[in-house]
Design a protein around this ligand. Structure first.
Ligand SMILES: *Cc1c(COP(=O)(O)O)cnc(C)c1O
Length: 399
């Protein structure tokens, strides 16, 4: 049985993951008896406060930072917006005070999640110059190219840890060194790395880092932003002074508890999870190559540079969406491009930026395996996919 309680073969873990039952169990008391407001001084409030404090310490241990450097948010979209706009607006304020002459410049990559990309575009509309660095054809952003576009007035570099579509793992530590040498804050959207890649912020060399609980078997609607002590940032949400005055609003206690429990478990299980995912992903890749010989893998050819759970593949001559609908009818959930763009058939901005043609983008499918995925499910998927492709190609031949 799949995580959804039916027999769905769920191969879309980059879009979201099911809530871990142990995480749910840790959350339940804060949905029921421990309902206090962490800002209240009586026992019920202090119980909630202690839960939030514990969660912050747990998260800080995983990231190798101080608890005071963690800000809980409503998810990675908020964290990315806070990082990108918070840094840029703070720098603009300093410029208005005459400390900086030129309008602050932002460097990012063309393959960022829309949470970063659209935040940066909004800055561009406000007059901030922006450079979008394109990846190589395998989807990897070059540190040399980042270095080449940095200007004296660059106020932020933002490059994701691993791409949610191609699975390409980015050389963030090298980019971090380049930014650090120049005193430029470096933001990393690390959402897809949780549970699969190390998250130590000092090794990554970042000043800001975003995570979202629902991508690592936690609840939806809660995330965090790590902000290195001393990073100049303009906080955005004014209110009751929660999160040390950095993000007003009564804490999402139950979500924060769930995020911390999920992150601690994902980190503890990481080596085994990586092996589990890589074996299933490789099985799927081999099966597709054997049954659909003209299938083309998108993203890094070196599997070590791809997330262990990711397979992005183009099936020449067939629309990805047609295949997806057929897979769905047979109980297999996968994705064409990112979930955020499904429903509009614009080709993926990530695959386009890698230099793939529009046609190849529309032929592309993304499979992302996870905890509940089994070898039997992979074999069944390979079979269903091969049948679907044969049927669709047969119909195309008749027509
Ligand atoms: C899912 C995702 C986000 C957005 O996270 P939400 O918590 O759903 O807002 C941001 N960046 C990446 C890379 C993602 O995969």
């Amino acid at each position: 049985m799949g995580p959804s309680g039916d027999d769905t073969i769920y191969l879309d873990h980059a879009a979201t993951t099911p809530l871990d039952p142990e995480v749910l169990a840790a959350m339940v008391p804060y949905l029921t008896r421990s309902f206090g407001n962490p800002s209240s001084i009586y026992r019920l409030g202090q119980e909630a406060r202690a839960a939030v404090d514990d969660a912050r310490s747990t998260v800080a241990r995983v990231l190798g930072c101080s608890p005071a450097e963690i800000v809980f948010t409503s998810g990675a979209t908020e964290s990315d917006n806070l990082a990108v706009k918070g840094i840029a607006w703070r720098r603009r304020l300093e410029r208005e005070r005459g400390r900086n002459a030129a309008m602050p410049h932002v460097v990012t990559s063309a393959i960022e999640h829309h949470a970063v990309l659209h935040a940066v575009t909004s800055l561009e509309h406000q007059g901030f110059p922006v450079t979008y660095v394109r990846p190589d054809p395998e989807g990897i952003v070059s540190p040399e190219q980042i270095e080449a576009v940095i200007r004296p007035e660059t106020c932020l570099v933002s490059v994701m840890y691993a791409n949610n579509e191609s699975g390409a793992i980015q050389p963030v530590a090298e980019i971090g060194r380049i930014a650090r040498e120049r005193g430029i804050p470096f933001h990393v959207d690390a959402v897809q790395g949780a549970g699969l890649l190390p998250l130590g912020v000092d090794d990554l060399g970042c000043d800001l880092l975003a995570l979202s609980a629902h991508k690592f078997y936690g609840p939806k609607g809660v995330g965090l932003l790590y902000v290195r002590r001393g990073t100049p940032i303009r906080w955005q949400q004014d209110g009751g002074g929660q999160e040390g005055g950095r993000r007003g609003g009564t804490e999402n206690v139950v979500g924060i508890v769930g995020l911390a429990a999920a992150l601690a478990k994902a980190e503890a299980q990481r080596p085994g999870y990586v092996d589990h995912c890589a074996a299933l992903r490789d099985r799927l890749e081999a099966g597709i190559k054997a049954t659909i010989p003209d299938a083309v893998i998108n993203g890094p050819s070196d599997p070590a540079r791809r997330l262990p759970n990711n397979l992005n593949v183009a099936l020449p001559g067939i629309q990805g969406e047609t295949v997806l609908l057929n897979l769905d009818m047979q109980g297999v959930a996968a994705s064409a491009g990112s979930a955020c763009t499904t429903g509009n058939s614009e080709p993926s901005h990530v695959l386009l930026a890698m230099g793939l043609g529009e046609e190849r983008c529309r032929e592309s499918l993304r499979f992302t395996v996870g905890r509940s995925t089994t070898a039997d499910q992979i074999d069944e998927t390979i079979e269903i996919l091969a049948e679907t492709v044969a049927r669709v190609r047969g119909l195309a031949g008749v027509a």
